[in-house]
Design a protein around this ligand. Structure first.
Ligand SMILES: [Zn+2]
Ligand SMILES: [Zn+2]
Length: 146
């Protein structure tokens, strides 16, 4: 039986993922602000997967250390995580977050449920261009050690 984590490996320790896992996500998103909690996502990419809390924490620390401003608030305007220029959340912008997943696959349906999510960074247009379609992602954009 297939599941949502089959054939995916941890980006830190190379172990195969288990039922509960973490993923670093890069999104192009817009927060319209008309209704609380509504986020329009035009592009959603998994950058790296992690087998558990320890490896996710390790990656989070590595990423945070390369950024000027981490853990943006939910305010309408927040500073860019790299250059501190104002990022208007009501316009399309790039956001990177760590999501915790739990496999919820059933026979014939591969899916995972989001248990928890933490936004690590937002980027202004000069630092990261929001994308409308999925493209290969260059990890060097984030300063993540490869
Ligand atoms: Zn791991
Ligand atoms: Zn910037």
């Amino acid at each position: 039986m297939s599941n949502s984590y089959q054939g995916r490996y941890c980006g830190v320790c190379d172990h195969e993922l288990a039922r509960g896992f973490f993923s670093l996500m890069k999104r192009s998103q817009t927060v319209p602000g008309s209704e609380p909690g509504v986020v329009l996502v035009s592009d959603d990419n998994v950058l790296t997967d992690f087998c558990g809390q320890e490896c996710a924490d390790y990656a989070e620390t590595a990423i945070s250390s390369t950024l000027t401003s981490v853990y943006p608030t939910t305010a309408k305007t927040v500073p860019c995580s790299l250059c501190l220029r104002a990022v208007d959340r009501s316009a399309p912008h790039v956001s990177v977050s760590m999501s915790q997943f739990e496999d919820a696959s059933e026979p014939g349906l591969v899916s995972a449920r989001v248990v928890d999510e933490l936004e690590l960074a937002v980027y202004c247009h000069s630092c990261a261009e929001p994308r409308r379609t999925s493209e290969a992602f260059d990890m060097s954009e984030l300063g993540v050690p490869v």
